[in-house]
Every structure is written in structure tokens, then in C-alpha cells.
Ligand binder design. Sequence first.
Ligand SMILES: Nc1ncnc2c1ncn2[C@@H]1O[C@H](COP(=O)(O)OP(=O)(O)O)[C@@H](O)[C@H]1O
Ligand SMILES: NC(=O)c1ccc[n+]([C@@H]2O[C@H](COP(=O)(O)O)[C@@H](O)[C@H]2O)c1
Length: 204
Amino acid sequence: MRTLVIGIGGMTNAGKSTLSSSLHLQIPNSCIMAQDDFFKEDSMIAVDSNGFKQYDVLDALHMDRIMSEIELWQKNPGSFLLSHGLRTQCSSTSEDSENVFVLIVEGFLIFNYKPLNELIDKRYFLEIPYDICKERRGSRIYTPPDPPGYFDGHVWPMYLKHRQEMEYTVSDIDFLNGLESKEDLLDYVYADVTQEIQRLIRDD
Ligand SMILES: Nc1ncnc2c1ncn2[C@@H]1O[C@H](COP(=O)(O)OP(=O)(O)O)[C@@H](O)[C@H]1O
Ligand SMILES: NC(=O)c1ccc[n+]([C@@H]2O[C@H](COP(=O)(O)O)[C@@H](O)[C@H]2O)c1
């Protein structure tokens, strides 16, 4: 039994969830872990001098919990899938060693948290231009909703800060143009991941 951890990082609204869901549907024995599911509750989020809730920082996330979930998956990916209501599709005709379990970790700050980044085998980062990002963000409603000025006052400056930090500390990132069609992005990443799965099976 082999495991592969894929990281789908990127800016807010760049298409991470969309790409991850499609990949999950195409890759047998895969599951998604979304960083968005690990936000702390609103009362625990710090507020800056402008009154903006500091959601776009690692401190706003229960990173310890996401690490524990990944540990559970690593220990026994088959039972992890079953306990999350996902069917395993182990090939009955091949050796057990030929089954590769794939974890898709997706989120806007996955490569900036060293312990998580170190677990990731293949890194992708979706990027889109500022104006498209602002437009897409404007039509999405979070809980709590973005207050006026939040994108330019918090989201974008934090993105620039973390992006710089990531480029200093992380290598091996495949940057993807989020303006490409959903289908083209999926085809590209799926082919790349499939190649990696084949390599794991060959080297087993
Ligand atoms: N390749 C794409 N081309 C055009 N729109 C996209 C693409 N990928 C995602 N979107 C749209 O952008 C918005 C944000 O996508 P989503 O996957 O939720 O982003 P993220 O998870 O990065 O925040 C959604 O409305 C989605 O339909
Ligand atoms: N899920 C939540 O509890 C919550 C609350 C407020 C803001 N957000 C926003 O979520 C963004 C990250 O998620 P996306 O990459 O999916 O947009 C951050 O920019 C953050 O401002 C999430």
C-alpha cells in the first residue's frame, strides 16, 4: 500500500475547491482535506487596528487539528475513507501494493505551515490576477461576510505577505494559471498525478 499527498494551494477564489473536487472524482481511493474546514470560531479571531478580523493568517486556523486528521489518514487510509463515507476502490486483480491512496489537501495557506508542507509530495498553486480575484471574492458570501474594504484592507495584503514568505521557503511548486478553463486545469493536474501514481507502483 502506497500513499500520495497532493497540495492544491492558491489565492482565495482561484479555483482550489473546484479543481480538488474534480480530481477527487477522477482519482480512485482519494479524499479531500479542506483547510477552510479548520477555521477557528469567530470569537477567537484577532482584530486589527482598522477593525478587520484577521482571518487570512495561520493563527485563524486549527492547524493542529488538520495535522491530526492527516495523521489518521496516514495510519490507515482505507479505514479513513470508509469512516468518511467514501468507498475504497482497491483493485481486486492486483497486489495490495498496487493500491495507491491519494490525499488532496487544499487551502490558501497550506504551504506556509511547515509541518503540513513537509507532508506534501506534489504542490500546485493556482493564481489569478488581482482584479479577477477581487471580483470573484465579491460574489462569494463567507460566514461572517466580508465587511466593506476587507479585500484591499486585509485579504490582498495578507496574500502578498504569505506569497513572498512561501516563495522564500518552499520549492517545487507548480504554479497554475487559474484563468485556464476548469477542464484544462483538471486534465493537466490529473495527468501529472496519474504519472506520479504510476511511478509509485513501478518503484514498489
Ligand atoms: N478555471 C476556472 N475558470 C473560471 N471560473 C472558475 C474556475 N475555477 C473556479 N472558478 C469559479 O471561481 C469561483 C471560486 O472557485 P473555488 O473553487 O471555490 O475557489 P477557491 O476554492 O480557490 O476559493 C467559483 O465561482 C468557481 O465556479
Ligand atoms: N470559513 C470561514 O470560517 C471563513 C470566515 C471568514 C473568512 N473566510 C475567508 O476564507 C478565505 C480562504 O478560503 P478560500 O481560499 O476558499 O477563499 C480567507 O481569505 C478568509 O478571509 C473564511
